[in-house]
Ligand binder design. Structure first.
Ligand code: HEC
Length: 107
């Protein structure tokens, strides 16, 4: 009896999680998402393709990028040499997590 209840609760929990992932994100932390999508060209917040445009706060600000929204805009509309990440590639919730991670991590 008790075991049956546990299994039902677990199943509902899993269903809720996978629904959530579909709608609002992967559930992965920003740092993990950054490693997957960005670190190939931005190792440790640098820029291996175009070194003057690294991801430290000072350089970002000098290039007019100050907020998480500004970083998400860059992902949606990148400059030359950067992969475009549209909403299908990285949803808004995950894009926001990556942006927050960048602002909190690279100084
Ligand atoms: C294929 C290589 C590549 C990948 C992958 C890539 N970038 Fe870039 N990124 C660049 C290049 C090249 C530039 C410089 C051109 C520009 O400003 O778009 C750049 C510039 C930027 C800038 C502006 C930096 C500044 O100082 O002005 C931000 C912010 C940025 N990338 C964020 C990201 C994020 C977030 C990801 C992952 C979701 C990512 N990039 C993935 C190549 C890449």
């Amino acid at each position: 009896m008790a075991r049956g209840v546990v299994i039902v609760v677990l199943t509902i929990g899993l269903a809720a999680c996978s629904g959530e992932a579909g709608r609002s994100g992967s559930g992965l932390p920003g740092g993990e998402l950054f490693l997957r999508h960005c670190s190939g060209c931005h190792p440790d917040g640098g820029n291996s393709k175009y070194p003057p445009k690294s991801l430290d706060r000072f350089t970002l600000a000098a290039n007019g990028i100050r907020t998480a929204d500004d970083i998400v805009d860059k992902m949606r509309n990148p400059g030359q040499g950067m992969t475009r990440f549209d909403r299908q590639a990285i949803g808004d919730a995950d894009a926001r997590k990556i942006a927050d991670y960048i602002l909190a991590t690279f100084r």
